[in-house]
Write a new protein. Sequence first.
Length: 205
Amino acid sequence: MITDHSQRARMIDFMEAHAPARSRELAAIGVAATAISRAVAEGAVVRIGRGLYQLPDSEPDLHSALIEIAKRAPKAVICLTSALSFHQLTDQLPRKIWIAVGAKDWAPKIDYPQIRVVRFREPYLSNGLEVHNIHGVDVRVYSITKSIADAFRNPKLVDRSVAIEAMKSALNDRKATPGQLAEAAQQNGAWNQMRPYLEALTSDG
């Protein structure tokens, strides 16, 4: 018989590598619901959402949030400032994770992490889609060049200064070439907005 103490040790070991953890994931490794409830009552773990738990000293982590979204809404795509942050193109970390869905798709209901949903019509929904495997989970994120183009195309959602800084970072860190940025801008309806800034950043003068 697995004791409550051994279940708690197993739960904590699992959460150190897979935070946040879902109740069904804990059940799969032999942790009973009563053991989870007792651990929460005693402060050993923290309930952060429906059936979702993490260790009390866990810091908010972008990758953990993206993993949880991928599990809950596998068709959603990380976009705009959240995608820029994932690609390390901005220091801005929005309180909510930006996700894109199709124009007629149901908006996912996720209690944790907090999300903000935007609707992209084609071809903007499919362009520049990448799949990144994070700790064994496939997370859909827009590419560097697509994310920058989206930032310029949506000035009401992303401050222009954030978009410019992201483009500067991509060029300075050689994560994208001027040609790649121009191509993405043209494909994603942002060329008119991006062109003067791209030309200013890449001019010899």
